[in-house]
Design a binder for this molecule. Structure first.
Ligand SMILES: Cc1cc2nc3c(=O)[nH]c(=O)nc-3n(C[C@H](O)[C@H](O)[C@H](O)COP(=O)(O)OP(=O)(O)OC[C@H]3O[C@@H](n4cnc5c(N)ncnc54)[C@H](O)[C@@H]3O)c2cc1C
Length: 400
């Protein structure tokens, strides 16, 4: 499955910082983590530091799946507004899922600081604007709902948005808690540090078969070697969806485009994440190397591989939208790319066990908040291994 177009920005910016050997012998471990994107990096970090003998394998280079293509906006706001999520899973659940997003940003920031990892993490506010006059009432309802539940939000009129951000738009919700990161670099640095600390990592190691036994799982690689582990954690991103008989999510392709460095970027935009209420929505942030990044224009994944013509068409549309929001800003494109994205009905991930796969745990950070969901997966995986419950496991379970 093609997860992204070849020239994703983070890969061009960072290159491939660290490489690992492929598996060339039979080994045993407590836990095999399959997948080395941002999810596999976070989960293996947690397991290794908790004392489990952990092995990470990936069929690609480290972090070369969706993590190389992500725009890495860290928001507690889920793709489904809180008042609508409450209709689906109840008020208590909706509030809990939104609050855990805020916690996840804090946990990630603290962890990167503790590990001394510079992965471009920047705290930002998050501004969601109505994409049309018709969308204003619903967004205002969401504002009131979040405000009533104690979230730090502010309602900004078009005039206030214009004064603060030089932006021409309908009104919007400004949230205090948000951030952005270079998830590709974060994944590489985390895995590299843990590898140096004794965690085994094998890239270019494709799996031929998973054998699920009552007390262990055996992974047989294409090259005929095996990993026998007590448990396996699938951090295999959107490709995992093909393992199940049931369709748990839709896969779409989304497009992203970054400007040249140091163009006439407004300083006010540096600390802001922007998105709107359209479906698909546009999302905008700055990068830590002084670019403006814009994404959106999603299409069903079935049109993959994305043609150059399609990419050009989507780039033009994204730039047109940027120019409409910022009439006095000139966006000069440097790179445009496409990547796959999983969408669930409630905007929530799937994290937990699945009856068809004994001894396996899945951490599938789907939706527009994949990274914050993966951060939440760190605690949830430890809970599952300890045989303990957690309220989020109820909301993120497969049979919901
Ligand atoms: C353009 C774009 C914008 C996005 N914007 C945001 C955003 O702003 N905020 C946000 O939170 N999320 C965003 N996302 C989603 C985010 O990128 C994903 O949630 C995240 O990268 C998923 O990480 P992952 O580690 O789970 O998956 P991946 O990075 O895809 O890693 C999975 C790994 O598993 C490996 N693998 C799969 N199957 C096997 C197998 N059988 N054997 C061995 N290895 C295997 C793959 O090679 C891959 O390296 C965006 C995605 C895209 C494409």
């Amino acid at each position: 499955m093609e997860l992204r177009s070849p020239e994703s920005f983070w890969l061009l910016k960072n290159g491939i910082p660290y490489c690992y050997p492929s598996l060339q012998e039979n080994i045993e471990c407590d836990i095999a983590v399959v997948g080395s994107g941002i999810t596999g990096a976070l989960i293996s970090h947690t397991l290794h530091r908790a004392g489990y003998k952990t092995v990470v394998i990936d069929k690609r280079d480290v972090a070369n799946g969706s993590t190389a293509a992500t725009t890495s906006m860290l928001q507690y706001e889920i793709d489904v507004p809180m008042h609508k999520l409450a209709e689906l899973i109840g008020e208590e659940g909706a509030v809990a899922c939104y609050r855990e997003g805020i916690n996840a940003i804090e946990i990630l920031e603290a962890m990167l600081r503790k590990e001394g990892i510079d992965a471009g993490f920047e705290r930002k506010k998050s501004l969601q604007v109505a994409h049309s006059e018709k969308a204003v009432a619903d967004l205002e309802k969401e504002y009131n709902y979040r405000k009533a539940h104690g979230f730090r939000v502010e309602w900004l009129s078009p005039e206030e948005i214009s004064v603060r951000y030089n932006m021409a738009s309908h009104p919007g919700i400004l949230s205090e808690e948000g951030a952005s990161i270079d998830a590709f670099r974060a994944a590489h640095e985390l895995i590299s540090r843990n590898h140096a600390g004794g965690m085994q990592v094998f890239d270019h190691t494709a799996v031929k078969e998973f054998q699920y036994e009552p007390d262990h799982v055996k992974i047989i690689t294409e090259e005929g070697f095996s990993i026998r582990s007590k448990r396996i954690v699938f951090c295999t991103g959107f490709e995992t969806l093909r393992m199940f008989r049931k369709k748990y999510a839709d896969v779409i392709s989304t497009f992203a485009c970054v400007s040249e460095q140091s163009f006439n970027l407004y300083p006010q935009l540096k600390d802001l994440l922007i998105w709107d209420t359209a479906d698909p929505y546009i999302y905008i942030r700055t990068t830590d190397d002084g670019r403006l990044l814009v994404g959106g224009e999603d299409i069903p994944y079935k049109y993959n591989p994305v043609s150059e013509k399609m990419k050009g068409k989507k780039r033009d549309k994204l730039i047109k939208k940027i120019q409409k929001l910022f009439p006095t800003l000139t966006f000069l494109e440097d790179y445009t790319w496409a990547g796959a994205f999983g969408v669930t009905k409630d905007g929530l991930p799937f994290i937990g066990e699945h009856p068809d796969f004994p001894n396996a745990i899945f951490v599938l950070g789907l939706g527009g908040n994949g990274i914050t969901f993966s951060v939440q997966g760190m605690e949830l995986v430890l809970k599952i291994l300890a045989g303990e419950d957690h309220p989020l496991l109820h909301y993120y379970r497969f049979d919901r």
